[in-house]
Design a binder for this molecule. Structure first.
Ligand code: CP
Length: 306
């Protein structure tokens, strides 16, 4: 039995197969409509979510399976003090697979240690968000045609943004990928990512504060929201929240085939005027999230569709 805690749980070859499966699902959805008949997915969300929870639920329903779960700690027995370990022992009796989001880093890992069903990390604190990374990889491969030879700008809250931490780890495994980290001083990418992932593998990167200075060199611009829920004080959040606002004027500086991605939700960091730009890929990214989660469920449940 396999769990998914980090995008690195899959080898590059396994990831390729997963993304190929997601592309096949996109092309031939009817082929997969009953692949999970009789199977149940539990969504255990101790933290708010729109996309991740609903796309997991849509994914399982598209496969013919059933879903149940909770969308906040307050509506589960966590509010009475039940531990994650005890909760997953219960859920293992009810479901075939589960997706868990938790504000504490490592909580899905704790669950996986005692679970008798596959556990998927659907985001743990500021740590990792592997299924967003699968979504991002599928989006990049589908829209750019490759996962190597890319210059990727990551902009905004690179300190607390778990999607950034997961994506950097995943893309660092491909040839000739260069990272451009665009953030204010207070929200720089953590040292452990730079040392353990980038320096360790001699992967080129630079850190800048002004988005305008690097726009022309990017193949992908990955925007992120300033993570209000992870700040220790409101004053710092208010000072930094509108540090970057991508608008049409800044988009004029970018390559014609650059794509703009965002894990969403967005707050102010991408002006709505950019939505009409053909390079805005963030809503297409959401659709890819359903295909890739369908592929992930099939893979972890070891369901083969001929
Ligand atoms: N991208 C993402 O994780 O969105 P949600 O928080 O809405 O799930």
């Amino acid at each position: 039995m396999r769990h998914l805690m980090s995008p690195l749980d899959f080898s590059v070859e396994e990831l390729d197969r997963l993304l190929d499966l997601a592309n096949d699902i996109e092309k031939y959805p009817e082929k997969y409509a009953h692949a999970c008949d009789g199977k149940k997915l539990a969504t255990l969300f101790y933290e708010p979510s729109t996309r991740t929870r609903l796309s997991f639920e849509a994914a399982m329903m598209n496969l013919g399976g059933n879903i149940f779960g909770f969308s906040s700690a307050a509506s589960s027995s966590a509010a009475k003090g039940e531990s994650v370990s005890d909760t997953i022992r219960m859920v293992s009796c009810y479901a075939d697979i589960c997706a868990m989001r938790h504000p504490k880093e490592g909580a899905p890992m704790v669950a996986s240690a005692v679970s008798s069903i596959p556990v998927i990390n659907a985001g743990d604190g500021g740590h990792q968000h592997p299924t967003q990374t699968l979504t991002d990889l599928l989006t990049i491969r589908s829209l750019k045609g490759r996962l190597d030879h890319l210059v990727i700008g990551l902009c905004g809250d690179l300190k607390f943004g778990r999607t950034v931490h997961s994506l950097v780890r995943a893309l660092a495994r491909y040839e000739h990928v260069t990272f451009v980290f665009i953030s204010p001083e207070e929200l720089k990418v953590p040292e452990y990512i730079k040392e353990d992932v980038l320096d360790a593998e001699n992967i080129p990167y630079k850190e800048v504060e002004r988005i305008e200075d690097v726009m022309p060199e990017l193949d992908i611009l990955y925007m992120t929201r300033v993570q209000r829920e992870r700040f220790f004080n409101e004053e710092d959040y208010i000072r930094l929240k509108d540090f970057y606002i991508l608008n049409n004027k800044k988009m004029k500086l970018a390559k014609e085939d650059m794509i703009v991605m965002h894990p969403l939700p967005r707050v102010n960091e991408i002006s709505v005027e950019v939505d009409k730009d053909p390079r805005a890929a963030y809503f297409r990214q959401v659709q890819y999230g359903v295909y890739v989660r369908m592929a992930l469920i099939l893979t972890l449940l070891e369901v083969n569709v001929c």
